[in-house]
Design a binder for this molecule. Structure first.
Ligand SMILES: [Fe+2]
Ligand SMILES: [Fe+2]
Length: 493
């Protein structure tokens, strides 16, 4: 029989609490004594004292259980302890630095070891979770409060606790707890009023000629930012600020629209400074997704290894990802980035292509880069003409659709206004009931400069840099020097 909470709320509670505290203090005292004994060369005494200390620790735990001092949900508590241990590593390391600066380097050395041990405790707990894979705790609709010191999470109505209630892990008062911000996904919009043709958006498998070039869909550009209250995580980083505005003609397959503002300015307008960004998840190497990777000094950049290699990225902040955290639902390989944030292998559009899924309770935000260019292609189950591995792209689209069928999903696209419209309305994607297609606005083409831009990778062809050879005069089989796409993917700049 569990002894949990046996004395809680009874006249015995106070005395048992005092015992628990006394025993915990005893642990501290015995270990301090053991240290002193060692310093005097009394190793055998130290060992005996440590034995007593460990017994005191057992007693303290026993009384804590009697009084129901800690929440009963074992896995929830363990999860909290894990977070506190991981956070503890940084805190103790910071304190060790101060101790060192004060001239106590011997003490600091030892504290640094302790800091690492705290982090290791977190890893050990993580391994327990992996081994036993307990059911996920669903806090949907419940308020969550966080202890600012140890990270302990209180689920429920904290106001219902007595005034003298304290953090069960570190003793912080109730008043110190802050309500946890819910995870938020926002669109970073930087180009508007473009279009794409149906053959471009849907002709990948059946052939572009099977589709009607007169049918055009709205296009634009936005990437996404994830804010979980602890970290600012970007999914892709737009086009480079110096990217020229493009224009179009009757042959244009995709016109990304006109620039609203630079990607970084659009992010700032949402209230985020580049220094705040801790992680960037790159869906793939194309320039409209990687343009401003350079602008985030404190961010680690996660990118599927083949795309990292194709971009020749290197440096301490680059993390070529091999997706070693196992399956995520119906996707075979993922990397967990933060609680509720998963970076998932989804090859096809490029060889290192990935998608991101953000969980908010039972709602999922699927940020997919270019798995489809417009949502109509998702609903009609068609691949675009841009891919590096057609078979893999088909498998990815199948898995994305299967995920959407089985999970409440908001589909967050890069190249269509539906991307942010879905997000802002929290529109759950229903594959059997597509929303009505809104045709693009009438847009007037701007005068061309003679330069051409690759609509896939962003390469700019400038006749001045190519011996004055006009783009129109390049041979028909000429290929984009960067992404090897044909001339037909280029737009006038
Ligand atoms: Fe792309
Ligand atoms: Fe793209």
């Amino acid at each position: 029989m569990s002894l949990y909470g046996l004395t809680k709320g009874t006249p015995l509670e106070k005395s048992v609490a005092a015992l628990a505290q006394g025993e915990a203090n005893g642990v501290m005292m015995y270990y301090a004594l053991a240290r002193l004994a060692k310093e005097q060369g009394l190793d055998d005494v130290a060992e005996t004292l440590i034995e007593s200390a460990n017994q005191e620790a057992v007693h303290a735990g026993f009384y804590a259980i009697l009084n129901g001092k800690y929440p009963k949900d074992f896995w929830a508590l363990l999860e909290t302890v894990k977070k506190a241990e991981i956070a503890g590593e940084k805190q103790i390391k910071a304190l060790a630095d101060k101790v060192r600066a004060a001239g106590f380097s011997e003490a600091a050395d030892e504290m640094e070891i302790f800091a690492k041990q705290e982090g290791h405790h977190g890893v050990v707990i993580e391994e327990i979770f992996k081994k036993y894979n307990p059911p996920k705790i669903d806090n949907t609709g419940k308020k969550v409060y966080v202890c600012p010191v140890c990270g302990y999470e209180y689920v429920g109505d904290i106001d219902s606790e007595p005034e003298n209630w304290t953090c069960p892990l570190c003793g912080q008062p109730k008043s110190a707890f802050q309500e946890k911000t819910k995870i938020q996904v926002k669109a970073v919009k930087f180009c508007e009023n473009g279009f794409m043709t149906q053959p471009f958006a849907m002709g990948g498998e059946d052939g572009a000629e099977k589709f009607d070039a007169k049918i055009k869909y709205r296009s634009c550009l936005q990437n996404f930012v994830i804010d979980n209250g602890e970290e600012v995580i970007l999914v892709d980083t737009g086009l480079p600020a110096e990217y020229p505005d493009s224009t179009f003609d009757e042959k244009t397959q995709i016109f990304i629209g006109t620039k609203i503002k630079s990607y970084v300015d659009a992010l700032k307008d949402l209230g985020y400074k580049p220094e705040q960004v801790t992680k960037i998840l790159v869906t793939h190497k194309h320039e409209d997704h990687t343009g401003e990777l350079r602008s985030f000094p404190n961010a680690k950049i996660y990118i599927g290894r083949p795309d990292a290699e194709a971009m020749k990225l290197s440096g301490e902040n680059i993390i070529p990802v091999d997706f070693t955290d196992g399956a995520y639902k119906n996707f075979p390989a993922c990397q967990k980035i933060a609680d509720g944030v998963y970076y998932i292998q989804a090859v096809g559009h490029t060889k290192g292509n990935s998608i991101v899924i953000v969980e908010d309770g039972d709602l999922n935000y699927l940020i997919h880069g270019d798995v489809t260019y417009t949502d109509e292609a998702l609903y009609q189950n068609k691949l675009s003409v841009v891919f590096e591995d057609l078979a893999a792209a088909r498998e990815t689209l199948n898995r994305v659709r299967e995920f959407i069928r089985n999970n409440k999903t908001v589909y967050c696209s890069t190249h269509t206004p539906l991307g942010y419209e879905n997000l802002e309305a929290k529109r759950i994607c229903d594959l059997d009931n597509p929303p009505k297609t809104i045709p693009p606005k009438e847009i007037v083409a701007k005068a061309a400069t003679g330069k051409y831009i690759c609509s896939i990778c962003g390469y700019v062809y400038d006749p001045a840099e190519n011996g004055g050879v006009k783009f129109e005069d390049l041979p028909a089989d000429w290929k984009c020097p960067r992404c090897k796409q044909g001339k037909d993917k280029f737009n006038k700049a």
